[in-house]
Design a protein around this ligand. Sequence first.
Ligand SMILES: *Cc1c(COP(=O)(O)O)cnc(C)c1O
Length: 386
Amino acid sequence: MKKKREIQFATKVIHVGGHPDKETGAIMPPIYQTSTYVQSSPGKHKGYEYTRSHNPTRSRLEECLASLEEAKYALVASSGLGIATLILHAIPPASTILCSDDVYGGTYRILTTVFNKIHNIIFIDTTNAKTVDKAMKEHNPYMIWIESPTNPLLKITDIKKITSLAQKYNTLSVVDNTFMSSYFQKPLTLGADIVMHSLTKYMNGHSDVVGGCMMTSNKSFYDKAWMLQNSLGPSQSPFDSWLVLRGLKTLAIRMEAHQKNAIKIAKYLEKHLKVDHVIYPGLKSHPQYAIAKRQMTGFGGMITFFIKGDLKKSKKFLESVQLFALAESLGGVESLIEHPAIMTHASIPKKVRQSIGISDNLIRLSVGIEDCDDLIQDLEIALKSV
Ligand SMILES: *Cc1c(COP(=O)(O)O)cnc(C)c1O
């Protein structure tokens, strides 16, 4: 007899953790909006004692998330930085951590203002395997933190290459997979030990929740992170977990739609006379296009481009768009536009920003799933105005 085929991603997002309610048959999971659970005798309960520790709605979300990254365990927290906090506390104090030098502004801030008091943080270019090899030899790091593609420069780290180096040096590897979502990239299958997401972005996809998660098959690391979650307290509310479960159902079709629009817009911008250059992993002009093609199953919905001119011109352009909303964050169904130097990456000192290439004429798009020609028309009118 033919072996039964395993369910695929687009089925998992809808069905894993989505079993009907046992009591009523409700097809949608109940929101267990409760802080505590009744016990029949002291210590005798059904696996749930207090919602900071566990909640059935959150458990369903964790079950689904683990399956999407092909991990054994998932842990959900109240934000992406909340989960980063748990991961960074789960390693011994005074550990050395190597980190991609072009990480999300909030990750940079937490590493340089909070965890620098506990650990030794070293920023390096993780897109360069030689640099990583040298740094591992020299510093014997406990952990390496990789973000790929990075934000906002969309630099791509060869995850397989770097995690195999990490294995060689007995270094724990973490990949921030927020930009690709579990749909386009699966770092655990490329050798990473831990993957994390800001659920706020593509995973939930509707700009109505802040949340974070990590997935791993390393039981002792998961146990430590859960213990810290219970001790430090950044658990997600049942309602927010329910919203993410709901948002996840369309992850597969949303990511396809984001990508379809992004490819068209990246090509449009690349030809535009008022645009200096465009960074998008799906363009052949991207310096790591070959790696992107190999390790991701798509290129995502984020585009970075440099407008010709100075800060004044960038501002004029950003004030002129109408469909693209000028806002921080990304990954929602609606298109967003932002200026990293002033907005998302303001917490990075100007000198550092300039040295890694976040200049005043750099603009970041989170391409939504609206009608693509409407989006292009919006950009065209705004570009004409500068
Ligand atoms: C937003 C984001 C985070 C932080 O997540 P929050 O949910 O805002 O705390 C971390 N990494 C990346 C790449 C992000 O875009």
